[in-house]
Structures are given as structure tokens and as C-alpha cells.
Design a protein around this ligand. Sequence first.
Ligand code: CUK
Ligand code: CUA
Length: 765
Amino acid sequence: MKNIRKRFAATASVATLGLAMTANAVSAESLEEVMERRGLSQQDLLAAAKTYTPTGGRDEFIVFSSGGQSGQIMVYGVPSMRILKYVSVFTPEPWQGYGFDEESKAILESGAVDGREVHWGDTHHPAITETAGEMDGEYLFINDKSAPRVGVVSLHDFETQQIVVNPILQSEHGGTFVTPNSEYVIEAAQYPGVLGRGFAPLSEFNEKFRGAVTYWKFDREAGRIDPSKSFSLELPPYSQDLSDAGKGVSMGWSFTNSFCAERYVGGIESGRPPFEAGCSQGDTDFLHVINWEKAAEVYESGKVTMINDHPVIMMDTAIEEGLVYLIAEPKSPHGVDVSPDGEYIIVGGKLDTQGSVYSFSKIKAAIDAGDFEGTDPYGIPIISMEKALHKQVPLGLGPLHTQYDSTPCVVYTSLYVDSQVVKWDYCEGKVLDKVSIHYNIGHLVAMEGESVSPDGKYLISLNKLAIDRFNPVGPLHPQNHQLIDISGDKMELLYDMPVPLGEPHYATAIAADKLQPLVRYRYGTNSRTGGKHPGAVRPGQERIERDGDHVKVYMTAIRSHFTPEIVEVNEGDTVEFIITNSERAEDETHGFAVSTYDVNLSLEPGKTATAKIVADKPGVFSFYCTEFCSALHLEMTGFLVVKPEGYVEEAAAEVSEGQAYTKDDFDKQMTTNLETQAVIDSVVAYITSHNYQDFPEVVALVEDAVDQLNFATEARTKAEELAAAEDWQNATLWAGQWWQYQVKAADIGLRAKTYLDENGAVKAE
Ligand code: CUK
Ligand code: CUA
């Protein structure tokens, strides 16, 4: 009767659901009908086909974009333009626990400037480590313009592992750019200051204010910048801007341009013309040409002045040793980009209409011949612009940055004022094509476009304005990354990607197959140091230790419980939860939060992290897992009991039992368990009868399932022992726990089976 009524109800609902019929009709729509309905052209369809990535598909390139004022880096795929990750560098980011666990707090705290913690960053230029001028995908650097800092991100796990603070600059911008073997990470100043962040009156600007460029030594083995082997070079108080490292023929040199070589100091409030007037008055600024290889030798020979314990090669020494030269560059320059072979250096001028192509061999010839047109006010030799130029090519209004194509001599330059990208030939000096973007492009990035062997194919325009491109969301619009196809003669705009994160400046793109990130950590890893966490424990080793009013909880997390689950402390105690995720299954991340406290962990498989709180208020607070990690995720919880000062336990210290269980309950649970075991056995038989060892993903799942089954066996033994003693209460609960482990093992087993099915595993003979 019940069934009939159900069936009747089902029929009635189908009959009355005219909507369902319409939905069927829609899904049968033809391509032409969809195009008509959505107003799509053939061109749109072609663009879609070039970017659309079906479910499960992967991208050919991975882009790391500066997240601007978010202090983060955004990671997305090309051509799909699907965002994959935000890596926080200078800013707390709760999902990944960054700034909410002790390990990452230590990283953020190391970014304190003169004792002041800075919780945001203005990220501009990411750079991936290089080997022989090729991106190798191991580490990534990014600068903070607002507080002069450099962050180091490991691309083994996409986590920030180091922040170094520039000891002498008060402002920077021309970072980070790596030398061809990542020997150094270049960071150049922006606004001049007294080196060491000291004071001098602005009336002594020319005498006391300075710029500089810092060469941070990268220790590849350690995966860290080594400040003790890093040095800087003092420069005049021209506002240094972007930099690039020489390569090939210009290996050992670096180039940093500047604006406001006028050394104008504003003062609009006292009737003086503003900065913008005084800083754009001159026709030219200076490109700084620096021999960093020789500078490193000078530094090692000890010809430095220590400022804030940091070695600085002063200008007099730099001039004497032939480390630095200047060349005029036109009209408020911005980008400086070295060609793949290292011979050409292309500079764009914000107020110019042409791209200036300098020739390194001409520069070198002038230096070798001592052929200078004079010196600047500080005595630095100036190479004549005419003698250093290969060509100047009219490109359009406001050329900023340039990226190199896979075709020799072909480059793409952003035109800020024209809102266009221009494709041109810098060898011949001719424009090849232009495409309009929306709107006011800043940087642009081509695939591996700054390496010695650019990949071409795609270009992304990182625009300053979005204006009318997207659905309105208030006065602050999203940023707009526009994907452009550069595989043909004509550039073709394919896709707009809105990004609500921060203004992107530069981005860098690498072939996806060069990235080999971890799937799980070595058991008990402190992801911020890369080493073994001293507080890591394995299941069975969990404990609570007290030292005075400091309580350490050594905990494990595995689907779907924390061990221990009840933690009792006294009001005023400092409590550290040091938690290891004991999982090995891919993507089985657990979170950890304590109600009302400012902590959240992201515990990926194998990771150990610490949530530290001061239990300053008596009460009972739940801690729980913040990632929906299994069907019993909501049950992944525990209590932090904070006893009031002077509290004396009156009632028995036993935890409340909740529901009471009988032999019937136990028997019922056992029946369920034995049925479940039969299912597990069949899945195991399926997996082991196939060539699962050929699939590393499945091997990992099997390992994880075996873990769960071992736990299951332990729980079963306990249940059976308790049943023998007729303790039906605990026997039933342990039988239930056995079932929990079975369910997890079955879940993992089914994932493995599905994977084998979908990936063509074969049945063994
Ligand atoms: S900068 Cu923003 S568009 Cu910081 Cu490289 Cu040129
Ligand atoms: Cu672990 Cu939810």
C-alpha cells in the first residue's frame, strides 16, 4: 500500500511538472539554437573552443599573478583561466591557516619592519626560479612595494616559507627578478630615502637621499634567501623602477631604470608644483647598467659599508670598480625587458610613443672603450643614448611592458594610454599587429615570455580598468585579465576573467608539466620549514603534557576524529594544540578551530601545525574540523574544558555516558559490521585482481584503506573483549567505532575501484 502510494505520488509529480519537460527540451537544443538564444557568433564559438576545458581537463600553462594589494599570489590555468589557488605571502589567509597557526605566524612576524608588524603587502612582480635561463618551477619570489620585502614561496607545496625585509630601503619596486641560475634575486628601490631608513631634511635630498639595488643571494639547496650572503649597491636618488637580469651575452649584468631623475621634491601645499609636474619635466631619465657579477666580487673583497648590518657597495666604490653606468632613456620609462638571447633591452616610456631597443654589445663596446658623454652629478659615467640604441620604434601611446614571443625578434608591448597590445619586430623595427583590450593595460605576460626560450601561444593582458566588462558590483570593479591567442599572425582576444582580489601588476607563466607539487607531506612535516615538526605524533602516541600553566596537546586528526577529544585545562592556561593529520589519502585535509578563538588550521595529509590559545575565560568550548572531510565530518569534534580558577570537582569525574546500550544493540551492530565486511572484501578482491600497482594514485588509496582496516581490527578486538566481559555499553560503542573505520575503508576502496574503472585497469589473468 505504501509503495503504491509512493508510485502514485511520483507519477503525479512528473505529470504536473511541465517544467521538467521544458528542461528536457532545452537539453536537446542544437548548437545553432544555443548560439541564437545567447547571441553568439562563430568567432565566439571558436574562442570558446580554444579556452573551454571539459570537466577533469588540465591546463597547458600555469600563471602566477601578483594579487596586488591583497598581499597574495593568484594561481590560474591557461587557456581555461580557471583560478586554482591563492597563495598568501604578506597577508593572513584563514582557509589555508596562514597567519592562524603558529608556524605561519612565525613567517608573517619575520616580515616585521623595524619591529612593526605589517599585515598586508603590495605585491608586484612574481618570478620563478631559473636554471640556465629556463624556468624550473621550484620556487617563486615576489616583492612588496609598500614595505620593502621579498617573499619566497615553495612550489613543492605552494606555501610561503620566508619573508626577508630589506635592511636599507624605505620603498622598493624593481623586484623580484632572478638571474639566470637564480644566483640572486634582484630588488631595486622605488622612492628614495636615507639608506637604513634614517632621517634627513628634504632640503638635503640630493646629498643625503639615495636609491639602491639589493642582490639577495638565493640558496637553492636550502630553498631560502641567505641574507648573510646578500649585498646592495648604492644608487643616486633617482626613483629606481623596474629591473631585469641580463642573460646569454649580457649574463652577469642587470638593468634597472628610473623615473624622476630630476630629483624633484614636491610641495603642493606650499605652492610648489606637484611631484607629477617636477618629475616629468626632463626629456630623459636613466637606465642603470650594473655588473652584478663583478659587484659580488667587490662585496666579497670587503669593499663595503655596513648599514643596518647589511653590506652596501657605496657609489664611489662602484664607480671606481666599474660596476655601474647610466644611459638616458626617454620620457618617464617604466618597463625594462631583456631579450631571450640577452642582446637587446627594450624600454617603454609612459609618456613616450616609441619603444627603445638598446643593444648590449653596443653598451659593452662603449664601456670597454671608456666612451662616455660625461657623468651624472654623482660621478657615474653616462653612455650616450645614440651609441647604445639599436632602434627606436613608434608603437603607440604609453608603452609600458614587453614580453617575448617564441618567434625570434617578435615582442608584445602594452600600450597603457591606447588600451592596446602591439605586436612588433624589434630587430627590423616594424609594427606587425595591434589588438584593443579593455581597458588601460599595465603588464602583460606571454608563456615563459621572460625566459631564454619563450613558448608563445598565449598572452594575458593585465588591465588597470574593467569599466563596463562585467555585471556591476558597486563602484569598485573587479580586475580584468584578458586572454589573447598569439599563435597566429593576428592577435585574437579570447576571454575576459574578472578577479576580485587586488590589482595585478606582473604575472609569470610556466609550462604546467614543469611543476611537480607534493600530493602529501612526509609524515609530520612543518610545511613552513619543510622539516620534521618536533611536535608530530603518530596514532597511539597522542598525549597531553603540562608544564606550569602551559599545556601542550599532541594530537592526531584522521577521519573522523581528533585524538584526544576532551582537553581539560585551567583558566589562564596557555594551550597549544599540535596536530598531525595522519591521513595519506589525496586531498583528505582536516581543519581545526576552537569556538570563539582566533585560530584555524589547514592540515593537509601528513602536515603538523599548531593552534595556540590563551584559555582566558572559563567555559566549555567545542573544537571541530572545519573541512567537510567525510560523512561524519560534523562529528569530528571535541571539548576544550576551561575550569574556573579554584574549581573543585564535586561530581564523579566520569564523562557522561549518554545513551545506554544492551546486548541487543551490540548484536545488531555486529550484524551490520559483518555485512559491511563482506562489501569491503569484494572491493578488495576487485582491486587486487587488477593491476592496481601500476596506478600510484590507487596505491596511495590502498595504503590509506589498509590503515583504516588496521584501526578497524583494533576496534573489533576491543569490542569483542568487552563483549566477553559483558560490558555491553562499551562493547557496543567500540563495535560502532569498528564500523566507522569500515565505512572509511569502503569509501576509499570504492574511490580506488572507480579510478581503476575509469583509467583502463585490466584484470589479471
Ligand atoms: S608595475 Cu604595475 S603596471 Cu609595479 Cu611592474 Cu607596471
Ligand atoms: Cu576532518 Cu572534517
